[in-house]
Ligand binder design. Structure first.
Ligand code: PEP
Length: 255
């Protein structure tokens, strides 16, 4: 068991925040603060901000991602953006299956699976979000829920393709609420996901597979969460909108 087999990944999820101008300003602020990072640094922005973000991040260690993509290559899907379009725009990462998409926009395990497939086919790396709602945790079915979401999303994904996927374990009750899973709770579920990867693929694949925790991670609690054996990084919402806070999380992951 060697945690150093995996390079930590800190990714920001800006959600529906920042104009292109604000995007440039925030990335300019972040660049010097994260320049010495010994981890991957990704910022996922609204579609409208992607060009501004890539331009601002050019030449730095910050990589840019989108917050979703459609499963079809093109067609009559008003308001949607395909993985092919993201690829053509030069976007290297995409978040898929975020709980806000599942909660408010009717995404299911099956549409998440199809979006993952589309992103991989287009050559875009995926941050796949899974996690239980509070009622499911209270019923004691967290592991079952997370295993099912992961299994469906990865059905059809080969072991070679796993290198292009990160899973973010995000308990829905901890997202944007200020409630954080304890380091033990976070590690427990990340470890369930790692065991599932071993079961579905191989021990080697699971040893190298990056699993993030997300849910009110901030500059105050990041170090303890990131120190857990099965937590290889974080998906950060609110704290990724403040340069100093995000930089402190990146620093914690670099130790
Ligand atoms: C998220 O949006 O993925 C998230 C974890 O948000 P927050 O950090 O604000 O809880």
């Amino acid at each position: 068991m060697d945690k150093s087999l995996r390079k930590p990944v800190i990714a920001g999820n800006w959600k529906m925040n920042n104009t292109p101008e604000q995007t440039k300003a925030l990335i300019e602020q972040m660049k010097p603060l994260v320049a010495g990072a010994d981890c991957e640094v990704i910022l996922c922005t609204p579609y409208i901000d992607l060009y501004a973000a890539m331009e601002a991040a050019e030449g730095s260690n910050i990589k840019i991602g989108a917050e979703n993509c459609h499963w079809a290559e093109k067609g009559a899907f008003t308001g949607e953006v395909s993985a092919q379009m993201l690829k053509a725009a030069g976007v290297p990462y995409v978040i898929i299956g975020h709980s806000e998409r599942r909660q408010y926009f009717g995404e299911t395990d099956e549409t998440v699976r199809d979006r993952v497939r589309a992103a991989l086919n287009a050559g875009i790396k995926v941050i796949l979000c899974v996690g239980e709602v509070l009622g499911e945790r209270e019923l004691g079915i967290t592991d079952e829920i997370v295993r099912k979401q992961t299994k469906v999303a990865l059905s059809g994904v080969s072991e070679a393709e796993l290198a292009n996927i990160i899973i973010a374990y995000e308990p829905v009750w901890a997202i944007g609420t200020g409630l954080t899973a304890t380091p033990e709770q976070a590690n427990e579920v990340c470890s369930v996901i790692r065991s599932l990867i071993a079961e579905l693929y191989s021990k080697d694949a699971s040893d190298h597979f990056v699993i993030q925790y997300g849910g009110s991670m901030n500059d105050g609690n990041a170090a303890e969460l990131l120190a857990q054996y099965d937590v290889d990084g974080g998906l950060i919402g609110g704290a990724s909108l403040v340069a100093e806070k995000f930089a402190k999380i990146v620093e914690a992951a670099s130790k």
